[in-house]
Write a protein that binds this ligand. Structure first.
Ligand SMILES: NC(=O)c1ccc[n+]([C@@H]2O[C@H](COP(=O)([O-])OP(=O)(O)OC[C@H]3O[C@@H](n4cnc5c(N)ncnc54)[C@H](O)[C@@H]3O)[C@@H](O)[C@H]2O)c1
Length: 352
């Protein structure tokens, strides 16, 4: 069997890519790159990558590792330059989300990557989870009729400004609204992938308790309108004492003939519909839907299907998911959300 070899660059998030790639007989780690020798040593040893395949310098690794695909998991301010370097040296490139630091940078990239024959993919893995796929299929089969609204809740963590991203010199500080730019972009991609509808406008209200002096927002209350007129109500905040959701959040999608629910954890989703009765009290009938059941739950397990979707598309000479035009939608939604949070006014999602 021919293996595809991948060079992993940046060994924070990149370590998760390495662990998933190692489980797959069709994939091979061609090498690891990190400017931090401690991380290179620790992750290199954990993944069993020989020292000769551990690089401190990206250009050298591009020349010497003989990789087919580069996986970039470096700080977002480095994405643009390193994506183009990877493509220029004749590699396919998968880069972690978020695509870029600004719409202007994303526009430049959108033009630039089209000049290369090699593929560029944004590593937006959430859409490869079973639950997300089951929601998409249920909507495609029109099991809830006409879409009316989505309600999406995401709660993680107790306080803001904790952990390494809370450090004053961490590169995360260069985001204007880190949670929207870096985290909610996953959720925006879920909305788009599941419904097939682009968000057209978004209104964001940040909220902070008085004691939050961390420089990062405590939470955001978000309202978005999709192109078919359906609405999204979305809250993203620290959990404090309420239970955390998973990283996918908890989602209700309501149509005129029924509703879909995903807890963000199970493989399948639940569909419910109203049973007609004479009484005012609502009576519901529910069923579990599992169109796909591949065991892809947590947010690392989708990495392998994501890589394979790219490889299959290359083999079949067809477009791949999460190419730059596809990813533009969720990235532009995140940028509109940042703008709205900062101006206090609804913002239009840029189409190009
Ligand atoms: N998809 C997801 O679920 C997910 C989760 C976490 C992070 N991410 C994304 O992954 C990227 C990295 O985030 P992180 O949390 O791992 O950051 P991090 O700061 O923890 O790790 C970045 C790593 O890159 C290394 N690095 C910096 N400059 C480099 C260079 N020029 N060459 C090689 N290595 C270099 C650093 O030494 C560090 O080890 C970001 O874009 C982030 O948004 C995605």
């Amino acid at each position: 069997m021919e293996q595809t070899s991948l060079l992993i660059v940046g060994l924070g998030r990149g370590a998760a890519w390495g662990r998933e790639i190692r489980k797959d007989p069709e994939l091979r780690v061609a090498g690891l790159v990190d400017v931090d020798p401690g991380r290179l040593e620790a992750i290199g040893s954990e993944l069993g990558v020989p020292e000769a395949r551990r690089f401190r310098d990206y250009p050298t690794a591009l020349r010497e590792a003989e990789a087919d695909v580069v996986v970039l998991a470096v700080p977002t301010p480095l994405h643009q330059e390193m994506i183009l370097e990877g493509l220029r040296s004749n590699h396919h490139v998968i880069c972690e989300k978020p695509l870029a630091m600004s719409l202007a940078e994303a526009r430049e990239l959108r033009e630039a990557v089209k000049r290369f024959d090699h593929r560029f993919m944004v590593g937006e893995q959430y859409r490869f989870a079973d639950g997300v796929e089951n929601l998409k299929i249920a909507i495609g089969k029109e099991l809830i009729g006409q879409l009316v609204y989505l309600s999406h809740e995401f709660f993680r963590g107790a306080r803001v400004g904790m952990g390494r991203v809370g450090q004053p010199d961490h590169w995360h500080r260069t985001y204007r609204e880190p949670s929207l730019h870096d985290m909610s972009v996953h959720h925006f991609d879920m909305w788009y992938y599941i419904t097939g509808q682009r968000p057209v406008e978004i209104a964001v209200k940040p909220f902070d308790p008085a004691w939050n002096q961390s420089g990062r927002r405590f939470g955001y209350s978000v309202h978005a309108t999709l192109e078919n007129g359906a609405h999204v109500d979305y809250i993203t905040a620290r959990a404090l004492a309420r239970p955390e959701t998973t990283w996918y959040g908890e989602l209700w999608i309501v149509g005129d003939k029924g509703a879909l629910y995903w807890d963000g954890d199970s493989l399948g989703v639940t569909r419910s519909e109203v049973v007609p009765t004479e009484s005012y009290a609502q009576k519901l009938a529910s069923e579990k839907l599992e169109f796909v059941s591949r065991g892809i739950t947590n947010t690392n397990l989708p990495l392998r299907p994501l890589i394979h979707s790219l490889l299959t598309a290359i083999r079949e000479s067809r477009p791949h998911p999460c190419d730059i035009d596809d990813n533009w939608v969720s990235f532009a939604t995140a940028m509109a959300a940042v703008e709205s949070a900062q101006t206090g006014h609804p913002a239009k999602v840029a189409v190009e």
